[in-house]
Design a protein around this ligand. Structure first.
Ligand SMILES: NC(=O)c1ccc[n+]([C@@H]2O[C@H](COP(=O)([O-])OP(=O)(O)OC[C@H]3O[C@@H](n4cnc5c(N)ncnc54)[C@H](O)[C@@H]3O)[C@@H](O)[C@H]2O)c1
Length: 371
């Protein structure tokens, strides 16, 4: 088992970068814990393995555990974070690594890594989620969604007291849905290219969900999958290449907000603290073997989002073709979840209005870029 070292040591020792923007992150963890309520109590005194725990969603999951230890639990929950930092070393890493109840392991979960500490829950949040990065690393993208998941499943199967496993799938498994299937329910089968530039991501996530169902059928495995719909917020790397980080880094630098499309495609953006509560609800309350949409039902065009950020920041919106010839290939035109199943089974609700989430993200982005 390797521990946090190599390239990450230099980054974490260089300055107190982990503390920058920390107030928004801490508040978001408190908001997520409040939305979870006593559902969180199943985690008390347990150990949770989080792959991809240095990434945006994984770190937010770990932040909630840290918050619960500080405010609610008398027997602490422990987190084991496994990450190979393939998409870079995040600014918040130091804050995570310094917590007494968090163990950091620098390893590639797609390869032969072992873990000696027993655990009760496993969360497979490792992945390469940014279209710009997954097109540059298609094999690693497919590997972590298939081999990485398989390895996590086998590690979890060897545990004597496994309580639950959460697989981070994606709303991209629906591809570019037929308009009659928007809002999209979990039983929609998808309209996805298996050879296009996004296939390394979409198709490997689809196979990941197949593996999840097979483990449930064969071994009675307590696994749930979540399909996040465009989660955004504080903590998401500003150079990640996804639309909100792009808008936020431009706004925080007071430069124009550049759109590489006509802005008419729609998405349903979900603020991180709402989504994090939904992910834990799926892990702790979901029916084993099932998949759940987690997001926000408010559908907006990319242009509308850019206009809100423009209003918040006072920077103009401009249009420019992308240098990347595949920037828009197979890009879904609309995306909006039907959350009936998550509401019914998980009592999941998204509370944060888009403008509030964007305002919080901009505050965080300004603090991070001002350092
Ligand atoms: N953010 C979203 O809106 C969204 C939407 C749908 C699905 N997802 C899925 O949720 C998961 C987390 O997404 P995110 O937004 O936090 O992405 P992210 O890029 O911020 O974080 C992913 C983390 O996984 C790590 N990782 C990648 N490959 C690894 C490997 N082989 N071994 C160990 N660590 C590895 C990366 O270093 C990174 O820290 C991903 O699986 C992603 O596909 C995210």
């Amino acid at each position: 088992m390797s521990t946090l070292q190599d390239n990450t040591t230099a980054a974490t020792n260089s300055s107190a970068v982990g503390q920058i923007g920390q107030d928004v992150l801490l508040e978001d963890a408190a908001r997520a814990a409040a939305a979870l309520g006593d559902v969180a109590d199943a985690l008390e005194g347990r150990t949770v393995l989080v792959s991809g725990g240095a990434g945006f969603l994984g770190a937010a999951m770990v932040d909630v555990l840290i918050h619960l230890n500080r405010t609610r639990f008398s027997r602490p929950v422990r987190a084991i974070v496994v990450d190979n930092f393939v998409t870079g070393v995040p600014a918040r890493l130091q804050a995570l690594a310094e917590d007494a109840h968090v163990e950091m392991i620098n390893a590639d979960v797609s390869r032969d890594f072992q873990i000696e500490t027993p655990f009760h829950y496993a969360i497979h949040a490792a992945g390469i989620a940014s279209p710009i990065i997954y097109r540059a690393k298609p094999l690693q993208t497919a590997d972590v969604n298939v081999w990485g998941l398989r390895r996590m499943l086998e590690l979890a199967r060897a545990q004597s007291d496994l309580q639950g496993f959460l697989f981070f799938s994606t709303s991209e498994i629906y591809g570019d849905p037929d308009p009659a299937s928007i809002p999209t329910r979990e039983d929609y089968r998808g309209f996805v290219s298996c050879t296009g530039p996004r296939a390394c991501y979409d198709e490997s996530k689809r196979f990941g969900e197949t593996l999840a169902v097979v483990y449930h059928q064969e071994f009675g495995f307590p696994i749930r999958s979540v399909r996040p719909f465009n989660v955004f917020g504080a903590g998401q790397r500003l150079d990640d290449g996804r639309i909100i980080p792009d808008l936020m880094s431009a706004a925080a630098r007071n430069t124009p907000l550049v759109l590489h499309s006509d802005g008419r495609a729609t998405r349903s953006f979900c603020y991180i603290s709402d989504a994090t509560a939904g992910f834990y609800r799926a892990l702790l309350k979901g029916r084993p073997g099932e998949a759940y949409n987690i997001g926000n039902e408010h559908e907006v065009s990319i242009r509308e989002v850019a206009d809100i950020v423009a209003k918040l920041s006072g920077t103009p919106v401009t249009f420019e073709s992308s240098q990347d010839p595949h920037y828009l290939t197979d890009n879904p035109q609309r995306r909006c979840p039907d959350l009936t199943k998550s509401r019914t089974d998980l009592e999941y609700m998204a509370h944060t209005p888009l403008h509030e989430g964007l305002g919080r993200t901009l505050k965080w982005a300004r603090e991070v870029l001002a350092r």
